[in-house]
Design a protein around this ligand. Sequence first.
Ligand SMILES: Cc1cc2nc3c(=O)[nH]c(=O)nc-3n(C[C@H](O)[C@H](O)[C@H](O)COP(=O)(O)O)c2cc1C
Length: 185
Amino acid sequence: LKKIGIITGTTRQGRKSKQVAEWVTERASKTGEATYEVLDLADFNLPLLQESAHPAMGEYQLESTKRWAKAVEGYDGFIFVTAEYNRSVPAALKNALDTIYGEWGGKPAAFVSYGGASGGMRAVEHLRQITLELRMLQVHDQVSLPFGGMALENPDWKEDDNRNKQLDSLVGELESMHALVSVRA
Ligand SMILES: Cc1cc2nc3c(=O)[nH]c(=O)nc-3n(C[C@H](O)[C@H](O)[C@H](O)COP(=O)(O)O)c2cc1C
């Protein structure tokens, strides 16, 4: 059955990506049919790309790369939960994407972002280009959480109807895209 990984895009102490990823996982598990799980970058401690061969060759040498590749291989699609660092993708997430290759291809990629007034959208625009190069399939609908007036510090932030509907729509699109890919495969 379909298994979707919710990838945390940041790894720093005190990061917000974990709580956003947990909300996505809880909600998607309720409204979707697939299995949703947090795939936490912080559990992998990936070094900055150290492999000698281009990742597209699939000749991984480091244990850390093999472990990450195996984990990613086990999912049929992904929701990337990302902040925006200096108008772009957090380095930990870019590195995790760059470190492997074939394990991403042909799988749906959806995006949930958070940040300042921009809600992390500029990171998502870059992520769309990066994941295109990795031959992932783009889910159009996305969710963005601007902090202005809707801070995560507000205990009710998960109850926002509009935001929940946006996420439901993202999940629906992701699941139907996956169904389409499976039929054609
Ligand atoms: C290095 C760094 C750069 C940042 N740059 C931006 C930015 O360009 N745009 C933005 O909206 N927020 C920016 N922020 C604020 C983040 O959106 C906010 O700190 C968020 O909580 C970071 O995600 P994290 O908690 O998961 O690390 C930046 C934060 C950091 C630490």
